[in-house]
Design a binder for this molecule. Structure first.
Ligand SMILES: Nc1nc2c(c(=O)[nH]1)N(C=O)[C@@H](CNc1ccc(C(=O)N[C@@H](CCC(=O)O)C(=O)O)cc1)CN2
Ligand SMILES: Nc1nc2c(ncn2[C@@H]2O[C@H](COP(=O)(O)OP(=O)(O)OP(=O)(O)O)[C@@H](O)[C@H]2O)c(=O)[nH]1
Ligand SMILES: [Mg+2]
Length: 439
């Protein structure tokens, strides 16, 4: 199944590999359709001849297909019985088995149709929830990131060839000390890689979403604010202090940038074991969050309760809720060092200014600009390893050309692992296991 499970107008089943055309023929009484031309065909169970559907079928002849193998697509009516009937019929055809998660993309990679970063881009595109996540995924799927790493790898290979020439023919007419002569170009390359690494993890944040945690004492209106921002009743609100215990997450799309807003238990000392577990979880989330929204009630402001004052660092945004309880509330952003917003959730006041501030923060945390960005820890670790190898090379180059060559070779390998040119076998299960089935 290439489409989602469950009832749908149309569902797509796809088959890849040398038996694909035979499978299609087994389900129809007519000859194979012309490659890449959609045809309507009645599908029958090959064993008992039962009519399964009138489907739209496509045949992609190898190598002109997504996987590079013969591919057949059955665009069937998306009902339970149709899908069960067709999948059941297919499963009884010899040589066919259900695809593994990511297996189509994996085969496309193994057949040389894309590098690993492009395959990862496909998965990111399927997972993308906001416009900018989509843009980043399309860029990576189109090969921009892979091309950058491949360019660096080629430059390293060239340097390596010169160093090896120096080792193999030390007395020939080569310019004196090749190992040193490649140093400036490798230094420039290393600097470029470090700049690429020093991206504030923007690409990874854009892919994963920025986390925004709501913190504060019980009853200040954290869950009310979450519901208002999410525009739905995601969390229970009540006037009983200690209502929220579990961590509650809602996904936000802020001008195309992804964020997760996280509601937590009100912070207080309590003997109640469930509530104190909630408080523990709240503090744990606070530690890992990208943005902390610290809520207080208007009556506790500007003189803040001590435990709350302790939560405020320069990263935190102070939100003063229940502004309607003030005599003459002035809503919106307040002057002062700490970013502070007076709001009223019940009166729907001051929220626009708060949202504008959040959107701006989220944007600056994951704005990647024009250049392709690192989107996962796998890339970051390999790049860092390449940089470390090059720095070792700069140390060792004078002393020993053979050791120096080995450092450059290891840096080349580290880059090659990102696009899947080397050490592929150990990587594939990791990369493709997070894909959808049918992708
Ligand atoms: N029905 C359907 N929709 C789909 C896909 C699919 O496989 N099937 N895709 C995939 O998941 C995406 C489209 N990507 C595709 C990429 C390449 C080829 C392909 O046949 N490539 C051949 C021929 C190119 C040509 O002649 O233009 C090739 O590259 O050799 C097909 C789909 C999104 N929509
Ligand atoms: N007057 C006033 N009351 C509010 C406002 N926002 C929330 N409340 C009320 O404050 C009470 C507590 O709201 P919650 O959203 O449950 O508070 P909380 O911070 O999630 O509380 P815990 O989950 O116990 O930590 C409810 O009765 C809300 O209706 C506001 O802007 N003004
Ligand atoms: Mg709550």
């Amino acid at each position: 199944m290439a489409s989602a499970r469950g009832r749908a107008g149309v569902s797509v089943i796809r088959i890849s590999g040398p038996q694909a055309a035979l499978a299609l023929q087994a389900l129809t009484e007519k000859p194979l359709p012309t490659p890449r031309m959609a045809q309507v065909r009645a599908l029958y169970d090959p064993v008992n001849g039962a009519h399964l559907d009138d489907a739209l079928v496509l045949y992609f002849k190898a190598p002109a297909s997504f996987t590079g193998e013969d591919v057949v697509e059955l665009h069937v009516h998306g009902g339970r019985a149709v899908l069960d009937g067709v999948l059941d019929a297919l499963s009884r055809i010899e040589g066919l088995r259900p695809a593994l998660a990511g297996e189509f993309s994996r085969r496309a990679f193994e057949n040389g149709r894309m590098d690993l970063t492009e395959a990862e881009g496909i998965n990111d595109l399927v997972m993308a929830e906001t416009a900018l996540q989509r843009m980043q995924a399309l860029r990576q799927m189109g090969g921009a990131l892979g091309a950058l790493y491949e360019r660096w790898r080629m430059a390293l290979l060239e340097a390596l060839a010169r160093i090896e020439a120096d080792i193999d023919f030390p007395d020939e007419d080569l310019p004196e000390d090749m190992t040193l002569s490649v140093k400036p170009s490798l230094e420039a390359l290393c600097a470029e890689m470090k700049t690429h690494l020093a991206d504030g993890r923007r690409g990874e944040r854009l892919r994963n979403g920025v986390s925004i945690v709501l913190l504060g004492e019980p009853n200040v209106g954290k869950s009310s604010l979450l519901n208002t921002i999410a525009k739905r009743d995601a969390a229970i609100v009540s006037d009983i202090a200690g209502t929220t215990r579990d961590v509650i997450e809602v996904a936000l799309d802020l001008d195309g940038y992804p964020a997760t807003l996280i509601d937590t238990a009100g912070l207080r000392e309590t003997a109640h074991s469930i509530e104190s577990e909630g408080v523990r979880r709240a503090l744990e989330r606070a530690e890992h969050a990208d943005i902390r929204l610290v809520l207080v009630e208007a009556k506790d402001w500007p003189a803040l309760p001590e435990p709350i004052a302790d939560l405020l660092d320069e990263e935190a945004i102070l939100v003063v809720n229940k502004g309607d309880c003030l005599k003459a509330p002035s809503y919106g952003q307040q002057k002062g060092a700490q970013p502070t917003f007076v709001i009223s959730v019940t009166e729907q006041q001051g929220l626009d200014a708060l949202m504008a501030c959040l959107t701006q923060k989220v944007t600056s945390l994951c704005d990647i600009g024009e250049a392709p960005a690192i989107t996962r820890i796998r890339h970051r670790m390999a790049l860092q390893e390449a940089v470390d190898c090059l720095e070792r090379f700069f140390q060792s180059a004078q002393q020993d050309a053979v050791l120096a060559a080995e450092d450059v070779r290891l840096a080349t390998r580290a880059l090659g692992r990102i696009t899947g040119r080397v050490d592929v076998e150990s990587l594939l299960d990791i990369v493709f296991s997070s894909f959808c089935i049918g992708k």
